[in-house]
Design a protein around this ligand. Sequence first.
Ligand SMILES: *[C@@H]1O[C@H](CO)[C@@H](O)[C@H](O)[C@H]1NC(C)=O
Ligand SMILES: *[C@@H]1O[C@H](CO)[C@@H](O)[C@H](O)[C@H]1NC(C)=O
Ligand SMILES: *[C@@H]1O[C@H](CO)[C@@H](O)[C@H](O)[C@H]1NC(C)=O
Ligand SMILES: *[C@@H]1O[C@H](CO)[C@@H](O)[C@H](O)[C@H]1NC(C)=O
Ligand SMILES: *[C@@H]1O[C@H](CO)[C@@H](O)[C@H](O)[C@H]1NC(C)=O
Ligand SMILES: *[C@@H]1O[C@H](CO)[C@@H](O)[C@H](O)[C@H]1NC(C)=O
Ligand SMILES: *[C@@H]1O[C@H](CO)[C@@H](O)[C@H](O)[C@H]1NC(C)=O
Length: 918
Amino acid sequence: MVRPTIAALLSSALLSALPQALAQNDSFVCTGVNEANNYNATIEYLGCYTDDTIRTLEGPQINIATNSPQICADMCGYRGYNLSGVEYTTQCFCGTYINSAASKASEDSCSYICPGNNSATCGDTYFMNLYQIDDPNPNPPPIVSKRSPACLTNPFCANAACETSSSQSDRIAALLSQMTVEEKAQNMVDAASGVPRLGLPSYEWWQEALHGVAASPGVTFNSPNGSNFSYATSFPTPILLGAAFDDPLIYSVASTVGKEARAFANYQQSGYDFWTPNINTFLDPRWGRGLEVPTEDSFHAQSYVANLIPGLQGGIDALESKQIIATCKHYAVYDVETNRMGQNYNPTQQDLGEYYLQPFKTCVRDVHVGSIMCSYNAVNGIPACASEYLLQDVLRGDYGFTEAYRYVTSDCDATGNIYRPHNFTDSAADAAAVSLNAGTDLDCGSTYLQLNASVANGSTTEAQIDISMTRLYNALFTVGYFDGQAEYDGLSWADVDTPAAQNLAYTAAWEGMTLLKNDGLLPLSSSASSVALIGPWANATEQMQGNYQGIAPYLISPLQAAQAQWATVTYSLGTAINTTNTTDFAAALSAAQDADVIIYAGGIDVSIESEGHDRTTIEWPGNQLDLIDQLSQLGKPLVVVQFGGGQVDDTALLANDNVSAVVWGGYPGQDGGNALVDVLVGKQSIAGRLTTTQYPASYIEEVNLFDPNLRPSNDSPGRTYGKFFRESTSLSSQYTNKWYQDQPVLPFGYGLHYTTFSYEWCTLPKDSYDIVSLVGSTSPGSYAGSPSVNDASPWVTVAVNIGNTGKVSSDYVGLVFAATDNAGPAPYPNKWLVSYARLHGLDAGASEELQLSINLGALARANADGDLVIYPGDYQLLLDYDSCLTFNFTLTGESTVLTPLARQQASYNFTVPVHPQA
Ligand SMILES: *[C@@H]1O[C@H](CO)[C@@H](O)[C@H](O)[C@H]1NC(C)=O
Ligand SMILES: *[C@@H]1O[C@H](CO)[C@@H](O)[C@H](O)[C@H]1NC(C)=O
Ligand SMILES: *[C@@H]1O[C@H](CO)[C@@H](O)[C@H](O)[C@H]1NC(C)=O
Ligand SMILES: *[C@@H]1O[C@H](CO)[C@@H](O)[C@H](O)[C@H]1NC(C)=O
Ligand SMILES: *[C@@H]1O[C@H](CO)[C@@H](O)[C@H](O)[C@H]1NC(C)=O
Ligand SMILES: *[C@@H]1O[C@H](CO)[C@@H](O)[C@H](O)[C@H]1NC(C)=O
Ligand SMILES: *[C@@H]1O[C@H](CO)[C@@H](O)[C@H](O)[C@H]1NC(C)=O
């Protein structure tokens, strides 16, 4: 995505309709009015202005494919604003004053041609053509008003598209039959223009809600803060949510986000579809967007998304009636920022089937996501948004993404990137054609505006356009865009940031926090009364929201929470995230000198890891470790809290006896300070687990950033799940790992507690299974389409009795891994995660049975074609990262394909010349 902005859109049902008499037909109920068309702005040009991170105009952003100075001024002036500005071709901004940080630039800086008026310019990247509106509407509509369904609003209500006695497909066909090819093209971009002459409103498809409704072109947060729809609950980012290993928690968080998002949509503060979740896996520790995803492990990502999508969309059966439309992104093999728009990856079919595609399969096949976003990168030479293999053979073929209302959107400008920088086609119009032909229904960007040219030159057809538009309009029907939807239209501002949502944001933050070291200092004793709180995260506020954030109702910093907890808190910055400046060390050391306990809060943040920016080192940045070392030499109790999404190499901290404890805190969201202080004092237990391997700093020199292979080779030590030095079974130590073959600093799944546990199997699988009877009707080794039984089918539920043998109540996360050293193709992974579950509040001295259900997919490994196959051989189940319990069993009989993966064709046909990448 390019350029998320805080200012945003009133995606409006009020735009651009012509006045008409109310329809007489009984099947039309035209209750909505549209006065916008009665207003035309008188404008005066003020010049080309800079519009960088500080926005020139503070009002709403309205994106429209047919943008022009007049159209923009009409929309802003109707809303009562006396300033309007056009930018980046399709963006329109409103305001009442010019920000003092903005300045006039040379006229050459504004050179993009307006799509709605080719004799006018619509700014440039970070430049705006600014206009004064002489006659703003003196009676503007209220800032917050409920959306009228399109088919209840004049004059569109009288359109055949609104004839409720017709079938939905006839209604959509009727609408398409009234649109020109050019109008269709204008509605296949995110800033869909609607059809002003028919009264069809514009619609912005680009909404974000990664961990709460987020600033994005389609979302408007009103000001002032505190007014209706001025904020939304801000949960921890997914990397911390993942670390909780608590699927019901994920469902609750997603369900809250979905409700709040729908409330925004109902009041025209957003559209109904949201480009969340990011379900790529955190494969390379350098990845700049790792904070946006829950885990490096594909099974974990599958379970996470299986709980997330039903929460967002309104249930696993929310098919034709949804709360919001979720979008699983970025499909596929997108795990690196560097050169992301032009990079090609050639993963093996084995890794595709076993790793990269797994979360998308679950998202599409099992929990029915409404939409998928294709990614910037190419796979096997073909840009993902032009890949018939990915979008047809796998997505629609294997995964059944075929219902009328399911659509594919491109990542932002990914369609344009097919031409530049991929150079896959010889023009942007050709890029639009190959993308549409491959099955990308919507373009985030403006390349699809050229589809009328592509149709004219025969590289695609109007019929192909209609297939995609039919999907898009069917999708809008699922959220009540045309007719309204009783089930969800009642959600309102009263459903945003409720006490339950606030509590959930707090719970989600502490549940994910993970204890990496503890010499017994934690939980802090109540006798500690004076605390020195030091470091670049000690007074974190927005920092706690990571990226893809919205406006939070409040942000409780660690400092605020500490001040509420302890009598004396001395705060000192100490150092910044990444600096060599040591000026502030002295003040920090002096504050620490006088305290009972030192808490250092640092690590990384989005200045180090972010969209478009991979890390170039996985060491602690700047001089933070120097400061921690100097603090440790004071010989006082010292807790280090490591924030950020990607892991940093903690070797020095783990080895330093004067560092008493290390806690990982991710990006904890709006209540991060309270969550942190409450786990430090033991008011809440700490039971999160690392969802990424903590590699030694040297790892990134051993594996190429662009190498998509997981298995170790001469060129790579392998990726994911390091071998752990305390591995207790002889089994694991003989193996390469899954798949990293050296010793990590800390392994996937690592996490300590304030108590100790005992473990005992209660329910176990049988010692031996015959594969044919397990898989039932599936025919061995065949590639015969969709079997009735697949990898998501249940196999067994094992149970473990967990006893709390320590002194304090605690949560406990049970992780079950599987391993083999003779079943299926070599090499063998050390182990792979097959189930997890979280116990809550297990009291000291108590015990409880933890149920862990395991799917048939747990028994499958991918063959060279990427099919998931159950192989005969000897297997082991292992509990937890340290294999504290094991169980051996055997599978007998013939190898059997459980879930096939479509084969790549030797070549794909394109309607234009193409140049696949090597
Ligand atoms: C606004 O402008 C449009 C196009 O120029 C014109 O058709 C319409 O009548 C105008 N409306 C008013 C209220 O002046
Ligand atoms: C695409 O073409 C441009 C312009 O010729 C060139 O600079 C760029 O390196 C090419 N990209 C690739 C991936 O070949
Ligand atoms: C902590 O951060 C807040 C918000 O940025 C700021 O207002 C406050 O002054 C900071 N506190 C200290 C002690 O620096
Ligand atoms: C170092 O940090 C101090 C305190 O924040 C600041 O005043 C000083 O300008 C910085 N020095 C440099 C060279 O940036
Ligand atoms: C830290 O700052 C240095 C010096 O400005 C810079 O070269 C380096 O890339 C930064 N490190 C990270 C991880 O951003
Ligand atoms: C379980 O399997 C492992 C690996 O095959 C083997 O080393 C171990 O001895 C087996 N344990 C039992 C109890 O059979
Ligand atoms: C490409 O076109 C040829 C000739 O029409 C056809 O036989 C082949 O199946 C097509 N390939 C694909 C992948 O569609």
